[in-house]
Design a protein around this ligand. Structure first.
Ligand SMILES: CC(C)(COP(=O)(O)OP(=O)(O)OC[C@H]1O[C@@H](n2cnc3c(N)ncnc32)[C@H](O)[C@@H]1OP(=O)(O)O)[C@@H](O)C(=O)NCCC(=O)NCCS
Length: 196
């Protein structure tokens, strides 16, 4: 176990792992966000300049996972399940109750699921961590509406919007609005003349 740091003025009596790096200008609400962070990489979480990781967000990160928030990205009350990589681009907005997952953590094969169910929690966790993971990316200036779910391997393009409660099963091109389950193209957006 790595050294852990307490956070000043934290409502939760927890600590932040040493491999969580945040810029001095970033906002990280509480150590509660890291209670399920088990990354063993030198950097397991990176929160960039001016980025915000707000209360209620849970980072469920396996031993080989890394989550990164680009500058001025904002994540609020989301759940991020990561065994490989989840990248949130600069200026991206991830709304409440969004789930970004780069792994299902559960085998698709019913027999395997049954075998897992009778194992000890520690053995089960090891098997879950071995399930293949595919990185998830939310591009620069993208916006994921509340309650949406983004499945393993999906990239949301720059400037795109995902409608509330959508399930995104495939890549979203840049400057597109998608919605529904499965998420489908609703319309295209004009590219911004001025980028933030
Ligand atoms: C995706 C969204 C931005 C689209 O807004 P819009 O461009 O004004 O789209 P419209 O309302 O004109 O809808 C266009 C079509 O998409 C459908 N649609 C829009 N949002 C949808 C959603 N979340 N799920 C399913 N379908 C949706 C509409 O029914 C409509 O379908 P139709 O053409 O068959 O009638 C908006 O619907 C949304 O979900 N906003 C999320 C707000 C949010 O999460 N706020 C949290 C604060 S961070």
């Amino acid at each position: 176990m790595r050294d852990r740091r307490p956070m000043p003025a934290d409502w939760y009596p927890g600590t932040v792992p040493e491999n969580v790096l945040f810029d001095v200008t970033a906002y990280v609400g509480t150590s509660y966000s890291f209670t399920r962070c088990r990354s063993e990489l030198p950097v397991g979480v990176r929160v960039g300049r001016g980025a915000s990781l707000c209360d209620g967000t849970v980072l469920d990160i396996g031993p080989r996972g890394v989550v990164s928030l680009g500058e001025y990205a904002l994540v609020t009350s989301a759940r991020i399940v990561c065994d490989a990589a989840v990248e949130i681009g600069a200026y991206a907005l991830i709304s409440w109750d969004v789930v970004l997952m780069d792994t299902y953590r559960v085998p698709l094969d019913p027999a395997e699921r049954g075998r897992l169910a009778v194992r000890s929690p520690v053995a089960r966790r090891g098997a879950e961590d071995a399930i293949p993971a595919l990185p998830v990316r939310s591009g620069r200036n993208s916006w994921i509406g509340f309650g949406a779910c983004v499945l393993p391997g999906v990239t949301i393009g720059e400037g795109s919007i995902v409608g509330a409660r959508s399930v995104v099963t495939e890549d979203v091109p840049p400057y597109a609005v998608v919605a529904g389950n499965p998420a489908r193209l609703v319309r295209r957006l004009d590219r911004l003349a001025i980028k933030p």
